[in-house]
Ligand binder design. Structure first.
Ligand SMILES: Cc1cc2nc3c(=O)[nH]c(=O)nc-3n(C[C@H](O)[C@H](O)[C@H](O)COP(=O)(O)OP(=O)(O)OC[C@H]3O[C@@H](n4cnc5c(N)ncnc54)[C@H](O)[C@@H]3O)c2cc1C
Length: 596
């Protein structure tokens, strides 16, 4: 076997969203990386379908075209509703994000992007990321290559990779390695890092089919939950005109995977749709196990875990992929800054310290969403363990003794009894009221601006003497300029072309002042040499008075106060005046190991 040697700054194992976003974050800082991905092309089987507001901001800040993503996303009017149905045509309830949430205008108020969320298949996001990476000279993409091992020779990290098609081994000499290799992460396993938390919560089948169902639906929605005892599941409209996923639970060991053939799926999908005359174009099937787990530690020396390799949780909340994007964005600049400062800084240990609480909170909320969902079934008279009991019953030895036609008849009778129960609950005014109120209780599952934007980092990479007293809830986001918070978006002109976020730069720290003091610039140049800081004086922006006033009110920069914003757009610290800034900055950057 031939051997090839390569050298780079960072080896990234896995070209899922986490790995590719990490490469783009590093590339922004001119840090070179090599992505190693075992698959040749993008996995066309779509998993995630929701890109949240923070991820959109992150992608935009690292040069990903949001227009390209929007082209493949659902039209905005298709993505704001969640329907509850007995078949896709027969709805008995809904959540309409544009109407049902308190203060539907909040997304528009707090984010810059015209479309705060995108309902778009993960596979399409990955295609846009691959295209962006291809044009980037700082990233080498080795597709069809499998990562094999990593070892240290002295301080040098050596990764071994196999070129599957050309029978070639590649040895890569690097400073860092990122395990972005998904839930079964070979990197994590090699490091013998355990996953802690809930083991398997459920097993699910995911059937991807390509059909245009627009003429069959009653009204556009992104999710159609089907409460039908013969075909319970959820249709995920990745795009109503072309891409659908039908997802349903199976109960192991009673359900037999071999019985889930294309024919079985076609019939089940037709039943769930309530449409007989339709050809279903099934493209792929995947099985996945729902867990809620976090890696016991997220790094070993200069090897870091990101995305699903570090944490897995239920998809009920759409936070998995988005959390991975958040990890990459948090770690990318820290690695780059450490390379620039030529020190293995304590800044890097803030990665896990900051991300773990955010991700664990996301995981807990996702599990709560999953559990809360059973209340809808309960309100319809279906016990939580009903489907599992039916699977057990079908697999029991006694039942297996009966002829197939009799088994089918028996099951049909049981399903019909359950169907009648559901329909009469929907028709009963009293029960219907309860059903509808239980559906509305699911709102935090789908309206989670606080989770997306409201997390506040703590720890060493944030300087906070004041206690943060602003805390967002799941459905409420409270803009805050407290240290650790995401620097809020605020329009700075009436034409909405200049946002407070336009002032930030992923490759720089941003020091905001009202009138810029020459002493600040001198101090930054002489003491903080290895830290790229852009100094922005608000008075130089020539803002219209009312915009300047509201910006100053938000930032609480009134006279000599300054705010330092980190490259990732989170506030590092605030200072009362130039002298206070010099003291805090010295202590802060010294603590992080970025200055001597
Ligand atoms: C049904 C479903 C619905 C979901 N819905 C949502 C949603 O709406 N929103 C959301 O945010 N999340 C959602 N998720 C979760 C989301 O899909 C994952 O969190 C996301 O894919 C994680 O991305 P990743 O890049 O960390 O890992 P992955 O996407 O798993 O990527 C890992 C990559 O590593 C590669 N790899 C593995 N081993 C090696 C090796 N040895 N060498 C080279 N390459 C290797 C793999 O081929 C793969 O490309 C959903 C998940 C499921 C299953």
């Amino acid at each position: 076997m031939k051997i090839k040697n390569l050298k780079t700054d960072v080896v990234i194992v896995g070209a899922g969203t986490s790995g590719m976003v990490a490469a783009l974050c590093l590339a922004k800082w001119n840090v070179k990386s090599i992505i190693v991905e075992k698959n040749l092309g993008v996995n066309e089987h779509p998993k995630a379908h929701e890109l949240n507001s923070r991820s959109i901001e992150i992608l935009e800040s690292i040069g990903v075209s949001i227009q390209q993503l929007e082209q493949e996303a659902s039209p905005i009017s298709d993505g704001s509703r969640i329907a509850f149905c007995t078949t896709i045509k027969d709805e008995f309830g809904e959540i309409d994000i544009d109407k049902d949430v308190d203060d539907p205008s909040k997304y528009k108020r707090y984010v810059k992007n015209e479309r705060p969320y995108l309902n778009i298949s993960q596979s399409e996001i990955e295609k846009v990321l691959r295209k962006t990476i291809k044009e980037n000279p700082n990233i080498d993409f080795l597709s069809g290559h499998t990562w094999q091992s990593v070892e240290y020779i002295g301080d040098t990290l050596i990764a071994k990779v196999e070129d599957i098609n050309n029978d070639k081994n590649i040895i890569i000499d690097a400073k860092y390695l990122l395990g972005a290799d998904g839930a079964n992460s070979p990197v994590r396993k090699t490091l013998e890092i355990q996953m802690l938390g809930h083991g398997i919560i459920g097993t699910f089948v995911n059937a991807y089919f390509e059909n245009n169902l627009r003429s069959f639906i009653k009204k556009p929605a992104k999710l159609y939950w089907i409460v039908n005892p013969a075909a319970a599941g959820v249709f995920i409209a990745h795009h109503i005109d072309k891409r659908w996923v039908y997802n349903f639970p199976i109960y192991e060991p009673w359900d037999n995977k071999e019985e889930i053939t294309d024919e079985y799926l076609t019939n089940r999908i037709k039943e769930a749709l309530g449409i007989e005359q339709i050809e279903i174009n099934i493209k792929s099937i995947s099985y996945w196990k729902m867990t809620l787990q976090t890696a016991e530690k997220w790094n070993h020396k200069n090897i870091y875990l990101i995305g699903d390799a570090a944490h897995c949780f239920p998809p009920t909340g759409g936070l998995g992929m988005n959390s991975g994007i958040g990890d990459s964005h948090n770690l990318g600049w820290k690695i780059a800054q450490s390379i620039y400062s030529q020190s293995n800084t304590s800044l890097l240990s803030s990665y896990e310290n900051e991300r773990r609480p955010v991700v664990e909170n996301n995981g807990n909320e996702s599990l709560e969403n999953y559990e809360r969902f059973f209340d809808v079934f309960k309100s319809l008279g279906i016990p939580k363990d009903g489907p599992e009991k039916l699977a057990k019953f079908k697999a029991s030895k006694l039942i297996k003794l009966l002829p197939t036609f009799l088994i089918e008849k028996l099951i049909a009778i049981l399903q019909s009894v359950a169907k009648t129960k559901i329909n009469s609950a929907i028709k009963s005014p009293k029960k219907n009221k309860k059903i509808l109120s239980t559906i509305k209780e699911q709102i935090p599952h789908f309206d989670r601006i606080g989770l997306d934007l409201g997390y506040i980092y703590g720890g060493d990479a944030v300087h906070s003497k004041e206690k943060v007293n602003i805390s967002s809830t799941v459905t409420e986001y409270l803009p805050s300029c407290s240290p650790g918070a995401r620097f809020p978006h605020n329009w700075l002109n009436s034409s909405k072309t200049l946002s407070s976020h336009s002032l930030l730069d992923y490759t720089k720290w941003t020091l905001l002042t009202l009138n810029g003091d020459p002493l600040l610039a001198d101090f930054n140049h002489s003491i903080l040499k290895s830290i790229p800081i852009q100094l922005i004086s608000i008075s130089d922006l020539d803002l219209e008075r009312r915009y300047e006033e509201s910006f100053l009110e938000l930032t609480e920069i009134h006279s000599e106060e300054v705010i330092m914003v980190r490259p990732d757009g989170h506030i590092a610290f605030k200072a009362k005046n130039t002298t206070d800034y010099q003291n805090i900055a010295k202590e802060f950057f010294l603590r992080l190991g970025l200055i001597d």
